[in-house]
Design a protein around this ligand. Structure first.
Ligand SMILES: Nc1ncnc2c1ncn2[C@@H]1O[C@H](COP(=O)(O)OP(=O)(O)OP(=O)(O)O)[C@@H](O)[C@H]1O
Length: 228
């Protein structure tokens, strides 16, 4: 439920997605209803293959082919043209993936600056924001390093800073610590949650890890294409 009178950051109604594989139809999502309130951090739990990434792709407005309704910050997005979806994505959403997807030829600061420049933020402001986020994540000594010069945990923290750079209302995170060892994963997740809370963003975090899910505000479980 929403913590405020603002519209839910994301509202899914009857979300469906099917794939054809070798002439066989697989109904991966079979009618998902979900509402994530402003500032709420929700864990999306489910075993491998249950459809967590597919659900995040729907909310991220990255692909078509979904049935049902997807509203982002009160705007119905499922039938929007591509340029309108891009606008919603830029204005409201941030993304963290299991693998960092940082640009290899740019240092940590530039990786966090670039999405802000794309959105039209003046460079000095973007650089200040990047430095502030990277410092909050304990990376003040690593700002000039390229991704290949960073550890896996450091790379993921830069990816977290990049996701938050444009002050998204909602961060979509797909197994954000899935490729890290347990101790590093715990540390990076704790920092991620602290930063997201501090920024007042909401988050939808896909994981198959019950222990990590328990650290979030609410847990929803994907089973047989539906939320339990
Ligand atoms: N483009 C596609 N074409 C055909 N089938 C697909 C496609 N994308 C996903 N699927 C199928 O949909 C199901 C759900 O996949 P998805 O990646 O969403 O699961 P997941 O819960 O994120 O799994 P994991 O935890 O392993 O990442 C799987 O059976 C997968 O094979």
């Amino acid at each position: 439920m929403s913590k405020s009178s603002q519209p839910a950051v994301v509202e899914l109604k009857g979300l469906t997605r099917s794939f054809e594989q070798g002439g066989v139809r697989i109904d991966v999502l079979r009618g998902i209803d979900l509402s994530v309130g402003s500032g709420e951090i929700v864990a999306l739990l489910g075993p491998s293959g249950s459809g967590k990434s597919t659900m995040l792709q729907a909310v991220g407005l990255l692909e078509g082919g979904f049935g049902g309704r997807i509203a982002i910050a009160g705007e119905e997005a499922s039938q929007m043209p591509a340029d309108e979806r891009t606008r919603l994505r830029r204005n409201y959403l941030g993304f963290v993936y299991q693998f960092h997807h940082l640009l290899p030829d740019f240092n940590a600061t530039e990786n966090v600056v670039l999405p802000q420049l794309v959105k039209g933020t003046p460079r000095p402001d973007a650089e200040e924001r990047a430095r502030s986020l990277l410092t909050s994540l304990g990376l003040q000594e690593r700002m000039d390093h390229r991704p290949s010069q960073l550890s896996g945990g450091e790379q993921q923290r830069v990816a977290v800073a990049r996701a938050l750079a444009n002050r998204p209302h909602l961060v979509l995170a797909d197994e954000p610590t899935g490729n890290l060892d347990e101790a590093t994963s715990d540390r990076v997740l704790a920092q991620f949650l602290e930063l997201v809370r501090g920024e007042g963003s909401a988050a939808l975090v896909a994981t198959h890890n019950e222990r990590l899910a328990a650290k979030m505000d609410r847990v929803v479980r994907l089973h047989d294409g539906m939320l339990e």
